[in-house]
Write a protein that binds this ligand. Structure first.
Ligand code: AMP
Length: 565
């Protein structure tokens, strides 16, 4: 039986040196020396050079140490994308601490759970009503002891109108003047030297990144300095054609998400790129922004490129500055990639990864035609194995489906305080991704679906992605999502939800008819619902979990009304 273990791409030899375990901060230190006078961040026209960024990080790190941050102290970040996020992230690392990323859209209960699970004692947050009160409410009820509050107006006094627009109802919180609250100004007020903290990059954690993982319970993936630094180095090897000190990246994916953190922020800092930050997504605003700011790099997720495709045709926008886009997090429909490439003239490179692998594992080459629907070959230093779904110990031959498992320097140390979950997520030392896929004879990885999304229908495995891809073949369909719902006879059956492209019309019955040429009778969705929009996760992936929940509630309500007298 042939094995499906892949060795790395041809650039492995060039990349090996880069994969030495190093502290994540080394790249920043090098960039500050090399490109000190170059712009590091641009936030609505307000720029910081790398030298200025370096100084602010130094001062904030000193502030963290004065507040008691030591090697291993967990410090949370619960912020929208602003320069504060970047300054505090690196300052926590410099002080020896571990960054715990919090999603600012979480409700208080979720924030409190993550604080307790991670043992976060200090949190950096923003003084806006949509975020601050939720975080402040956990003081005294959890192990959180201190809040560092970043005033969204005072660092950028000219920008009131922008913030009013961004945060809509625009309320800024009144921050109590007590010992539990520290202003960002106070954090950076001491000019003393930072106490150097020796870091063992292989052991010391840089980030606790929370994820549902394959079992759905939120857990902190322990990403070491070496994990994150290796993934940045791997991306650098992959993107071999970019010019350090010369690129400008548009970052609008939320920095608390692992993809934006690594492939956006950490990668850009390592290559001395200017990071143009945009804290929220509005397709027209983004297109105007690209036309004006002329970024050369633009990492995103498929729904983002699809939304831009829909708008770009209707306006006078210039996307020609973009050289490379990097898409990850969810399947990139072929048609979305081709259309975006055609409209912008850039190369849209699809990669694959997951939180537990810092996150990137594979990618299509930047200088060759991509293999359609493949997520590319493994990154340098990475091995991908396909394990049998029936017997995890067995490896599958080329072309056959199984669970995608990964080995490499970017693979996490485990889940924080969850030894059993950690043990269950590895097989013979390889990380189980929970994704089903196969590798072709040339070593390209193809993903079929996530294990937990597989629909079990009358003894058959149905992969929602197969049906979604079929729906995307219809020119009226903008977005498609398929979930399984309980069925008395078959156990589960697929149902589909779609949104249509602007100006297009089609009925559910016509879509069902269209699908007959593409999917089997078992795979045919029982219903297709045409909606105005589909729920998305914070990073912009279509949220199948939310659709399942909505459908469950709808069914319960329907059953209750049938049972009502
Ligand atoms: P997360 O840890 O939240 O970033 O989610 C990781 C999961 O996203 C993976 O396990 C895959 O199921 C999915 N994913 C990431 N990249 C891709 C891709 N290019 N195509 C399909 N699914 C992807």
């Amino acid at each position: 039986m042939s094995t499906s273990i892949l060795s790395s791409s041809s650039s492995e030899a060039d990349g090996r040196d880069l994969l030495q375990p190093i502290p994540l901060l080394d790249a920043l230190t090098e960039t500050v020396v090399r490109f000190g006078d170059r712009p590091a961040t641009d936030f609505f026209g307000k720029r910081l050079s790398y030298a200025e960024l370096g100084r602010l990080i130094e001062r904030a790190a000193r502030g963290f140490q004065l507040l008691g941050v030591k090697r291993g102290t967990r410090v949370g970040l619960c912020l929208p994308n602003t320069p504060y996020s970047i300054i505090c992230y690196f300052a926590i690392l410099k002080a020896g601490g571990i960054v715990v990323n919090f999603n600012p859209l979480y409700v208080e209960r979720e924030i409190a759970h993550q604080i307790e699970d991670s043992g976060t004692t200090i949190m950096v947050t923003a003084d806006v009503e949509k975020i601050y009160p939720k975080v402040a409410a956990t003081l005294g009820k959890t192990c959180l002891e201190r809040l560092i509050v970043c005033p969204m107006l005072s660092l950028f006094p000219m920008m009131k109108s922008i913030f009013l627009r961004l945060f809509k109802s625009a309320q800024f919180s009144q921050i109590p003047n007590d010992l539990r609250h520290v202003s960002f100004a106070r954090l950076i007020s001491d000019h003393g030297a930072v106490e150097p903290v020796p870091i063992d990059p292989r052991i010391d954690l840089a980030v606790l990144q929370y994820t549902g993982g394959t079992t759905g319970v939120p857990k902190g993936a322990m990403l070491t300095h070496a994990n994150l630094a290796a993934n940045v180095a791997q991306i650098r090897v992959h993107m071999h054609d970019v010019t350090p000190g010369r690129e400008r990246a548009l970052l609008l994916l939320p920095l608390f998400h692992v993809f934006a953190m690594t492939a956006g922020m950490n990668y850009c800092i390592a290559i001395g790129a200017e990071i143009v930050l945009l804290p929220r997504f509005d397709a027209r605003e983004v297109l105007q922004f690209i036309t004006k700011k002329r970024p050369t790099l633009f990492p995103g997720v498929p729904t983002l490129y699809a939304a831009l495709n829909a708008k770009v045709a209707s306006g006078r926008y210039d996307l020609s500055s973009i050289r490379y886009c990097f898409s990850g997090g969810a399947p990139l429909p072929l048609e979305v990639r081709q259309r975006f490439e055609q409209l912008s003239g850039c190369k849209l490179v699809e990669g694959y990864g997951l939180t537990e692998a810092s996150p990137v594992v594979s990618g299509n080459a930047i200088d060759a035609e991509p293999r359609d629907n493949s997520v590319g070959r493994p990154f340098v230093g990475t091995m991908i194995e396909i394990h049998s779904l029936e017997n995890l110990k067995l490896l599958m031959p080329a072309g056959e489906k199984g669970e995608v498992c990964v080995r490499g320097p970017q693979v996490m140390a485990g889940y924080w305080n969850h030894p059993e979950e950690t043990a269950a997520s590895f097989i013979d030392g390889a990380l189980r991704t929970g994704d089903v896929g196969y590798v072709d004879a040339d070593g390209f990885l193809f993903l079929v679906d996530r294990l937990k999304d597989i629909i079990l229908s009358g003894g058959y495995n149905i992969y929602p992605r197969v049906i979604e891809e079929a729906l995307y073949q219809n020119p009226t369909v903008a977005e498609a999502a398929v979930i399984g719902v309980p069925d008395a006879y078959r156990g589960q059956v697929p149902i589909a939800f779609v949104t249509l492209r602007p100006g297009c019309e089609i009925t559910s019955a016509e879509l069902i008819h269209f699908l007959k040429d593409y999917v089997s009778r078992t795979e045919m969705p029982k219903t297709i619902t045409i909606r105005g929009s589909l729920p998305k996760t914070a990073i912009g992936k279509i949220d199948r979990k939310q659709l399942i929940e909505e459908e469950r509630q709808r069914r319960e309500a329907a059953a209750a009304s049938r049972g009502a007298p």
